[in-house]
Design a protein around this ligand. Structure first.
Ligand code: SF4
Length: 330
């Protein structure tokens, strides 16, 4: 079957796009193992040692039969307005800075957005809103994100989806959420040392983030905080979380406290520990879906306020948008 031209590069691709065939920013590695089951996801996620490893392994995953069938069917059938374009049709990897100050967590790729363009929040109306706001607050180089290869870059920011494949009706099942969780766990663990703000777009992402932070060993509040727009929960650094006992003298080799902001992980870097010295803030934000933006439930100032607060927490200033620069910690 002849391919269709990529909107930026003009190169021809069939849909879904074969691994490492030249698609802009394709993180996949030809010949690498492909996850076909939930056990595979756990095993391969546990072997990753940096975010490019995670992206490579995620981008070929086939562990959820219903989602694989859906993403590939959509990629072949296409929406009429995109009939002349190739569709990515594979999982959407995390994208952005390798050592971000801000981590943005969404629900799942859109069938004709990320599933078409191969980049998270790219090519749909939700992404239009999100990237415009990121640009306004200094977290993106350009105000739009339309195609992989368009020059867009995030500044000190990384975006991930809780579920990495487009689901029918934007609704993954709890089983699909759990099957995909090890990819998020691996990526979250790798970026936690630099992250100061986690922005959860919608209640699904909010729930997933708290579960993942708990699995990563953070001392998360119980009961879990309720989702709300502009909700802000500070996870304090060790010095500020439960006060140290007044006396008794410490033994010669005191065991480390179980919690107090200490992140201990089994995967992907077994035995690795990280003492989070600057604290972490989790922010809630209404998802910039058309359902919310058309109805006025989410306005541009509301979105800018949350993302601007995340930028402030991460120490990113608006004038960090220097052409050719990815800002701090990229
Ligand atoms: Fe793999 Fe996640 Fe996609 Fe399921 S949703 S096939 S676990 S990438």
């Amino acid at each position: 079957m002849p391919g269709l031209p990529h909107p930026v590069s003009g190169r021809l691709f069939v849909s879904p796009v074969p691994v490492a065939s030249g698609w802009p920013d394709d993180p996949g590695r030809s010949g690498a193992p492909v996850a076909a089951t939930a056990d595979d996801v756990r095993r391969l996620a546990g072997q990753t040692t940096d975010v490019t490893d995670v992206a490579a392994a995620v981008s070929t995953c086939r562990a959820c039969p219903r989602l694989v069938a859906w993403r590939e069917t959509v990629a072949v059938e296409k929406r009429r307005s995109f009939a002349g374009e190739p569709y990515w049709g594979r999982p959407i990897a995390g994208w952005g800075a390798a050592e971000p100050g801000v981590l943005i967590v969404g629900l799942a790729p859109a069938a004709h957005g990320g599933n078409r363009t191969g980049r998270i929040f790219t090519g749909d109306r939700s992404g239009d809103w999100l990237f415009a706001s990121l640009y306004r607050v200094g977290l993106a180089r350009q105000p739009t994100s339309e195609h992989a290869g368009d020059g867009q870059r995030l500044i000190a920011t990384r975006m991930v989806a809780a579920v990495r494949c487009a689901p029918p009706a934007n609704k993954p099942t709890p089983g699909e959420r759990d099957t995909c969780a090890p990819w998020l766990d691996a990526e979250l663990t790798l970026v936690l040392p630099s992250v100061r703000a986690v922005v959860c777009l919608g209640s699904f992402a909010w729930d997933v983030v708290w579960r993942a932070l708990a699995r990563a060993g953070l001392d998360v509040p119980r009961p879990r905080p309720r989702f709300a727009h502009a909700a802000q929960v500070d996870l304090p650094p060790p010095a500020a979380s439960p006060p140290a006992p007044a006396s008794p003298p410490a033994p010669a080799s005191p065991p480390a406290p179980a919690n107090c902001g200490k992140v201990q992980v089994d995967t992907p870097t077994q035995g690795w520990t990280f003492l989070q010295s600057q604290g972490l803030t989790v922010l809630g934000c209404y998802h910039p879906s058309q359902q919310n933006t058309f109805t006025g439930k989410l306005t541009e100032p509301m979105l800018d306020a949350v993302l601007g607060e995340a930028a402030r927490l991460a120490g990113v200033r608006n004038n960090d948008q220097v052409p050719g620069s990815d800002g701090v910690r990229d």
